[in-house]
Design a protein. Sequence first.
Length: 559
Amino acid sequence: MANSFSGNGKLNLIFGAGGNLAIASVVTLGLISGMLVSLFLSISLIIDSDRPWLGLGIAIAGTLVFNLVFFFLAPFLLDLSQNWLYKTKWISLGELAKLSPTAAELLTRVCAEQKIKQPRLGLIDDQNPTAFTYGSLRDQSRLVVSAGLFTYLEDEEIATVYAHELGHIVHWDFAVMTLASTLVQIMYLIYVFARRVRGGKSKDAAQTAALVAYIFYWVGTYLLLYLSRTREYFADKFAAETTSNPNALARALVKIAYGILTERERSGEVSQLTEGTRALGIYDPKAAAATGNAYRISTDQAQVSRVFLWDLFNPWATLLELNSTHPLTGKRIRALSNYAEQLDQPVEFAIAPIIALGKNLDRKRLYGNFVLDLAVNFAPLLGMVIGLVAGALIPAGTILSGGLVGFGIGSLLKTWVQFPDYDFAKLNDILSLMADPYASPLRGQPTRLTGELIGRGDAGNQLGSDLKLKDDTGMIYLRYVSRFGSLGNVWFGMTRVNSLVGAEVKSLGWFRRGVAPWVDLVQIKSTSGTVINSYPRMWSYLIAIGFCVAGVVVWLIFQ
């Protein structure tokens, strides 16, 4: 039911960076609930039923009804989430025009041309720039952005972001994705039905059909993700054609998805932006301070080009994209560069030099690190298998104790690689970290960053514990983990985050590069003396040690 502009997206919460947790949660829970309804119906109506075909029909009908009801109710449920959790302010077209005249003009023109009702416009009071849309039918859509969009993007860039979101509405993406997900659920129902058929000549055929249905279910799941990524490309294309400015959209992507921007003096429009934000009651002190500055892509084009290398050449990028609802940002920019060429416009980010640069990367290091990462990622399972075998072969051992200890040792190894020693972490900047094509989502790079906390990691989420840091070269997501687990995260988000926003800080943590970049925090120190500690590796070590202890206890019991 929702789509987003950012490269990691509202449906893409694999690593949580830059996404909208509430929207992703409601949509994901809705789809999972649909699957649970399907499974419940299949279990109660198909299994142990004398008339399995009737049970299958009722289960499919129930799934269709459930998803149809959820399809129409979801926008209203999400409205409640926006109002309560994100404190979203719903604004008029005239109020948008005060913030971005070009975006307001484009919104009016596109709605008239496409004969659709103007979407309900929302504004989140947070300087972390983001944008997304949700709804059911084209005339029941909502288009929400954060205040940071108007701070860090130029007027023409803001317009392309709105055009991208309008592309989702025009293309009926809400309905198409709901239909696609329903079909995937039905594939699972057919698998359950075919697996249940027993006896007679149809048994072997039914078992074969069950296997095929199960394979189709998993293939369908990945096709669903592929369809989502494809529709993002089409929304980009719609924005490029509607604005005739693919370069502005590419710059917006680099600023929002990569977080790469630098500060420069702003002229002319100062009073308009100041008055617009004051009239809306949005971040008046910060908006007033920001109006003297504008933000552009770094002038160091060579280093910016290196940021794209990870998306285009790192093996992790290809693997992670398979599980993502959004294409990798580098690939979207490559497509936008092609659109610019077709429009006979100068290309903002020339891809050919980037490809040439990528061909000179150390392939042995690139793929060697990837293989090592995969081995470390599966170390707990590999340790469990080795432990099971050892437990069976060693006379004094037991299979269960061996498996538990092996899993624990593998988990300890994985945690050690994920979170290396940070005592000698170097001071870095965000652009330099992003320009490393060999960066990994698994092997953390100890790093120190200095900058300003501009907002929450999930823009506006009043329960969110994560933060967004901006230094002189860009912005990055900071992931906080409480020693008390999820409840501690929520408490920190409710009680401490608001007081930290706007603070100048020094941060320590592990940088990782995935579909979106982020830092696992160890500590934040503000210039006022506030110290915040985070514990991202504590629980990993505790769980690993717990498995080892459980294995020893089991061994002692059976002696």
